[in-house]
Design a protein around this ligand. Structure first.
Ligand code: PLP
Length: 401
């Protein structure tokens, strides 16, 4: 299993796979040959043939995996673009005829911020609440769906807590009111086994760099019967649905890495076993720790911890210095001192959210790494808690002087 993928930094343990994954090792063999793919896939001459073929084959491979038509796949720059495209396309199609959208409170910022922008254009967003276990309020959906709803958007699995949502059930509710159903499926590939068609989606968004491929590449599934108005107008690329010369190298890489998918079930099972053993080790060696959404169905690779008495950012930096890469929440919000909006939406207090740590495992995570991580975490947490106690004692004695 080691050496299969290319995170070659033996001095570090990478446990932030929900933010991004290392590049698959199988890419190394092909890298140099890809450098000679320079033709523009839209050209007519022979130099365009190879890139054109690669794009066509990649599209077919994705379609086979999702069990859909290749015509339902549009390549783009990733899931932020995909999410923007879907929401803005639905708004552009229906506008004030169906101005309402139902969107979960725990979506990625590329959905939340787009929805907030659409409210400035007249859209009405009903934010679907989640409970402390991360489960979505299905009654809220029933109460707010109407013939004014154009879109329901709920992610397949949350990137911070790993909570998996009942997408098929929500799709059926949306369709019963003539609304489209979108799901941000970024955290599915390589992390969860599903029959995509069972989700009954009209739109789904994916990103290549969450599955051992390059950043800046992704695709959106747009069902044949779904409306589509391009976000980026331009040349006739992607049948006029997404202007701009395709990221041929990014697509070529994804094309190759998708060949790893047949191993996914075994890898997912391995990650889940490791994640479960990591959580029980942490819970047995550290007091005042809770696993967020532990009662819910979760991605097998994700663990969101609340570690009382320590600041998440300080913990992250201490672990980083010891060679472990983890996260306090979504990577895109790093550098943002505000606690995670996802955890707050779940009803955690600001203090709890600020004491959170996200650990996400990948296909090459080993038991040895997990044991090492848990031991280091326990050591660092105990030190930080002791420092905290010492500071408090010093403050009290300063005040009593
Ligand atoms: N949606 C989710 C759930 C994510 O985790 C991410 C990345 O962090 C995105 C969307 C954005 O994807 P991209 O980096 O391809 O724009």
């Amino acid at each position: 299993m080691q050496n299969y993928l290319s995170s070659e930094r033996q001095d570090r343990v990478y446990l932030d796979y929900n933010a991004t994954t290392p590049h698959a090792a199988c890419l190394k063999n092909q890298w140099t040959s890809w450098l000679s793919i320079y033709g523009n896939p839209s050209s007519i001459h022979q130099d365009s043939r190879w890139p054109k073929t690669l794009i066509r084959e990649a599209r077919q491979k994705i379609a086979r995996h999702l069990n859909c038509s290749p015509l339902e796949i549009i390549f783009n720059s990733g899931a932020s673009e995909g999410n923007n495209s879907v929401l803005k396309s639905v708004w552009a199609t229906f506008g004030k005829n169906r101005p309402e959208m139902l969107i979960s409170q725990v979506e990625h910022p590329s959905v939340v911020k787009t929805a907030e922008y659409l409210t400035t254009q007249g859209a009405i967003i009903h934010w679907i609440p989640v409970n402390r276990s991360g489960q979505i309020d299905l009654n809220f959906i029933d109460q707010h769906l109407s013939d004014k709803t154009s879109l329901v958007s709920v992610m397949f699995a949350n990137n911070e807590t790993g909570t998996i949502f009942p997408i098929q059930q929500i799709s059926q509710k949306a369709h019963a009111h003539g609304a489209f159903m979108h799901s941000d499926c970024v955290q599915i590939l390589g992390k969860h086994d599903i029959q995509f068609t069972e989700l009954q989606l009209d739109y789904a968004t994916f990103s290549a760099h969450k599955f051992y491929s390059l950043k800046g590449t992704g695709f959106v599934y747009v069902k044949k019967t779904s409306s589509w108005i391009p976000l980026i107008h331009g040349g006739g690329q992607e049948r006029g649905r997404r202007g701009g010369t395709e990221n041929v190298l990014g697509i070529a890489v994804l094309h190759t890495v998708l060949d790893l998918l047949p191993e996914a079930s075994i890898r997912i099972e391995q990650m889940k076993k490791l994640r479960d053993s990591m959580e029980s080790r942490i819970l047995s060696c550290l007091s005042d720790v809770s696993v967020t959404a532990i009662e819910s169905e979760r991605l097998g690779n994700t663990s969101s911890l609340v570690i009382a008495g320590v600041d998440g950012e300080t913990l992250l930096m201490s672990l980083d210095l010891k060679g472990f890469s983890v996260s306090t929440g979504a990577a895109c919000s790093s550098g943002n001192p505000e606690p995670s909006p996802v955890l707050l939406a779940m009803g955690l207090t600001r203090n709890e959210a600020q004491s959170s740590l996200r650990v996400s495992l990948g296909w090459e995570t080993t038991e040895e790494q997990i044991v090492d991580f848990v031991n280091t975490l326990a050591e660092v947490v105990q030190k930080l808690r002791q420092l905290h106690i010492n500071e408090k004692v010093e403050n009290v004695s300063e005040k009593s002087k």
